[in-house]
Design a protein around this ligand. Structure first.
Ligand SMILES: Nc1ncnc2c1ncn2[C@@H]1O[C@H](COP(=O)(O)OP(=O)(O)OP(=O)(O)O)[C@@H](O)[C@H]1O
Length: 270
């Protein structure tokens, strides 16, 4: 589904009622600083050796729409642009060109819960409890909502007394547990999960996936990046396969995974 409603000439109100995510001709370029090679630097003793800035296109002309309530897995080899796409959706990155429109179920603005990088959004010197307030507020929770949900977040994160210590000293698993617990309790319209679940132990991962299934039943829209194809098979309703910053395939889970597995086997053999 590479054509967006806007492209078909419908207005945004209609678009928002049908779709949670509308991405249209999205492109992201990074500016990468290349140091002059050692050889050239040596030669540079006799001339200039300034580093050069080059543009690198991480995502190129990507278009897709996600209807409300759909769970989409983003797959692809390392460096194919998955995290860049998630970062753009979460507004962590600025797009170079194209459009991103995100809608809540009523077609209004969407509440997004991004779970992209471990500890992103946390203040490392604050305790877990303090971070619940801090990060919860960033994700749009009101003080009242926070009071109501505080105990549930602490309980879900299974942190015990650790929740009263500074996050800086926590291991990855503990940070993940708190990040996930806060994100899902913000009652998001759109949940963005980038691979972070992989660092959790098996029991917590299982609990997270059960929660994801509960959110699916509640009609939330979920986009997640994963290299774990078994998880993708279990959770996703659609798969988008990125290759070299472009959509290579977008469709039914079984069809896309079959093609991706074949491609991966060929790559491994070559
Ligand atoms: N801040 C940045 N500056 C420059 N280049 C970047 C930056 N972030 C990502 N890239 C480059 O953009 C490309 C896409 O990276 P991205 O992290 O989106 O890939 P990915 O599919 O998520 O990979 P992985 O599976 O390894 O997580 C890579 O070549 C990466 O090196």
């Amino acid at each position: 589904m590479t054509e967006t409603i806007a492209m078909r000439g419908l207005d945004e109100t209609e678009e928002g009622k049908q779709y949670a995510v509308v991405v249209s001709h999205l492109t992201k370029e990074f500016r990468v600083r290349y140091r002059t090679s050692v050889k050239r630097r040596l030669i540079g003793l006799f001339g200039g050796s300034e580093p050069t800035l080059k543009r690198f296109t991480a995502l190129s002309d990507v278009s897709f729409c996600v209807p409300h309530g759909q769970t989409v897995a983003i797959i692809g080899r390392n460096g194919s642009g998955k995290s860049t796409l998630m970062g753009l959706l979460a507004r962590v990155y600025k797009k170079t060109s194209g459009e991103i429109r995100l809608y809540g179920v009523d077609g209004g603005s969407a509440r997004i819960a991004p779970l992209l990088e471990l500890g992103a959004g946390f203040h490392m010197d604050l305790t877990g409890e303090e971070n619940i307030e801090f990060y919860g507020a960033i994700l749009g929770m009101s003080a009242r909502e926070m009071r109501q949900k505080f105990d549930r977040i602490v309980e879900f994160a299974e942190l015990g007394d650790k929740v009263r210590t500074a996050v800086r000293n926590w291991n990855d698993g503990a940070r993940l547990r708190l990040g996930f617990a806060i994100a899902i309790h913000t009652d998001p319209d759109i949940l963005l999960i980038d691979e972070v679940l992989a660092v959790g132990d098996e029991a917590f991962q299982a609990k997270c996936y059960r929660k994801v299934e509960e959110l699916q039943r509640q009609g939330k829209t979920i986009l997640f990046v994963s290299h774990d194809l078994a998880k993708v098979e279990r959770v996703a309703q659609r798969v988008i396969w990125l290759m070299d910053g472009q959509i290579h395939m977008d469709g039914e889970v079984k069809t896309v995974l079959e093609a991706y597995r074949l491609y991966s086997a060929e790559q491994a053999g070559s």
